[in-house]
Design a protein around this ligand. Structure first.
Ligand SMILES: C[S@@+](CC[C@H](N)C(=O)[O-])C[C@H]1O[C@@H](n2cnc3c(N)ncnc32)[C@H](O)[C@@H]1O
Length: 208
């Protein structure tokens, strides 16, 4: 495992409890995000994986909408919390950089606020992996921070010391990377982000 991935994993392990508290109930106040997730739930067909699922809050929300879904996260502590909170759902430790899934196994894949931890040079390879594991007609949903290009090392997050990087890219570049990986972009939504120069980007894409 690269130093970068190991640092991200250790950081989210350390922050897991506080992060879980931070996101608890958050979706209730986010109607646009609920709409995006709801549209994905209606569109998708077949088994879905959420990669970078954290404590499983989004995975369980999609499951409550009738999606057959499992979660995968880099941080073992996150996976433990998700398993304890949602014993009816499957959660595994794993990295989106090397998905242990068969070609064409999934009808859908969600990466919700997790790809901003990838150095931009790794994004094309990860998107190619998403394309590989989706069946023909399979749906991809990406939700992520976007905006003015920025690379930042965080040393504190969710009230605990951490050491991980966050890489913000302009929305057009993220969308172009998804298209370049072989996907057709079917919809995209930009909302004002956490500060000026930032957006929340949701992208729906489909494998031909
Ligand atoms: C901001 S949290 C998002 C969690 C959840 N999707 C949500 O929206 O609340 C980012 C998550 O991505 C995970 N993550 C970061 N890099 C990853 C990778 N390469 N593979 C899988 N998960 C990763 C982290 O461990 C963390 O749980």
């Amino acid at each position: 495992m690269s130093d970068h991935l190991a640092a991200t994993r250790a950081s989210y392990d350390a922050a897991a409890e506080n992060y879980t508290e931070f996101v608890s109930g958050k979706l209730e106040g986010l109607p646009m995000m609920r709409a995006v997730l709801g549209a994905f739930a209606e569109l998708v067909d077949g088994p879905v994986a959420e990669v970078g699922c954290g404590p499983g809050n989004i995975t369980s929300h999609l499951a409550s909408l009738g999606v057959e879904i499992r979660g995968i996260d880099l941080a073992p502590r996150m996976v433990e919390i998700a398993r304890a909170a949602y014993p009816g759902l499957r959660f595994d430790v794993g990295s989106m950089t090397s998905l242990k899934l068969a070609d064409g196994e999934l009808g859908g894949l969600v990466a919700w606020y997790s790809i901003h931890h990838l150095p931009p040079g790794e994004l094309p390879g990860v998107l190619a992996g998403f394309h590989r594991v989706l069946s023909s007609g399979g749906r991809l949903l990406i939700g992520t921070h976007a905006g003015d290009e920025e690379r930042r090392l965080l040393t504190e997050a969710y009230g605990v010391p951490v050491r991980y990087e966050s890489f913000i890219q302009p929305p057009e570049r993220i969308v172009e990377s998804i298209r370049s990986a072989g996907f057709t972009i079917t919809a995209q939504l930009l909302e004002p982000g956490i500060r000026p120069g930032r957006s929340y980007l949701s992208v729906f894409a489909q494998k031909d």
